[in-house]
Design a binder for this molecule. Structure first.
Ligand code: PRT
Ligand code: ZN
Length: 304
């Protein structure tokens, strides 16, 4: 529970992974939301210098617990960890007190069933009676139960991919992103148990009123940052008659701004935000319908 002194300060607290695959992207997200932090001596707590928001750096597995216990208001963590913790709490007869409020555009991976080369996999029924090594026993158990399959779950804390070679399991259930770890260990993907990505979780305990404004602003800024990822600002000149063709070519653009060009007859300047990347092929096609002086710029911030 929060101590009285900190509650009085009315500072929000967010938990991030201290050192791992999500760390850089999580810090980058907060920095793009405008947060400047100074690291404490213990390197565990970063003080928000320009917002009443402090960052706690911890192991990813601890993040849902910190939100559950209301030590932190928010947390950035993989959905795989959130689901495993949620099911673990429920199995222990305790409701999980954290909820996913945003899915974020990083940390994508898939929790998969993977089998050794030569294993004949014909659907989930092939797993019956087998030993499956994993660090995600609760998510795996739910997957097996939903399919009415009984198998033995071998809980490991790491190096799951070598379990079949060591004879500790027949197959595995582990995270996969590129698939190269599976290939290097002579395993192949058989089924996807969970599609995962980084998520923002928050305590369902109502955030005290004096902190609510910043919690709301942070969420709005996160939405703004996520929205501009991959977005481009495009500027070009074109004959007015080409506007319908240009609108069709610009991916995900809405209501472009059209400005007359002084002394250039029916030529206009078009400015538009495209919600997707703009490729060279599109620029060539734009030129083909009469566009010139085409500029494509990254979008840094957007507030709807
Ligand atoms: O120390 P701490 O407990 O904080 O970190 P950790 O070692 O538990 O986690 P970390 O940093 O490895 O991963 C943090 C989160 O990143 C995970 O919980 C996932 O949400 C996400 N993520 C995304 C991944 C991967 N991609 C990933 N590929 N987590 C792990 N892997 C591992 C996987 O376990 C396997 O060993 O990478 C290997 C497979 O990768 P490929 O590219 O060969 O398929
Ligand atoms: Zn971990």
């Amino acid at each position: 529970m929060r101590d009285v002194a900190n509650a009085a300060e009315a500072r929000l607290r967010i938990a991030l992974q201290k050192s791992g695959r999500l760390t850089d992207a999580s810090l980058e997200l907060l920095s793009r939301c405008g947060l400047k932090v100074s690291r404490g001596k213990d390197q565990l707590m970063c003080y928000g210098e320009n917002m009443p928001l402090d960052v706690l750096l911890v192991r990813d597995d601890d993040i849902p617990d910190l939100v559950q216990e209301d030590v932190c208001d928010l947390g950035l963590v993989g959905l795989n960890v959130v689901e495993e913790k949620r099911l673990a709490f429920e199995a222990a007869g305790q409701p999980a007190l954290f909820e996913v409020v945003r899915r974020l555009d990083f940390g994508r991976c898939r929790l998969c069933i993977a089998v050794p080369d030569g294993f004949e996999y014909r659907g989930a029924a092939s797993l019956a009676g087998r030993r499956i090594a994993t660090t995600y026993p609760h998510v795996l158990r739910r997957y097996l139960e939903e399919r009415g399959v009984e198998a033995q779950i071998v809980v490991l804390s790491g190096s799951v991919e070598i379990a079949p070679r060591l004879g500790r399991a027949d197959l595995i259930c582990d995270l996969v992103s590129t698939g190269s770890t599976l290939a290097a260990n002579h395993l192949r993907l058989a089924d996807v148990v969970l599609e995962s990505q980084a998520v923002l979780i928050r305590t369902p305990v109502p955030i005290p009123e004096d902190k609510q404004d910043w919690a709301r602003r942070l969420l709005m800024r996160i939405d703004g940052v996520e929205e501009v990822k991959g977005s481009k600002y495009i500027m070009l000149h074109a004959p007015r008659a080409a506007l319908p063709a240009i609108a069709r070519l610009l991916p995900g653009s809405e209501a472009p701004t059209v400005i007359p060009l002084e002394g250039l007859g029916d030529r206009v300047a078009v400015h538009a935000v495209c919600r997707e990347n703009v490729f060279w092929e599109t620029l060539e096609q734009l030129k083909g319908v009469g566009a010139s002086s085409v500029l494509v710029l990254p979008v840094e911030k957007m507030l709807a």
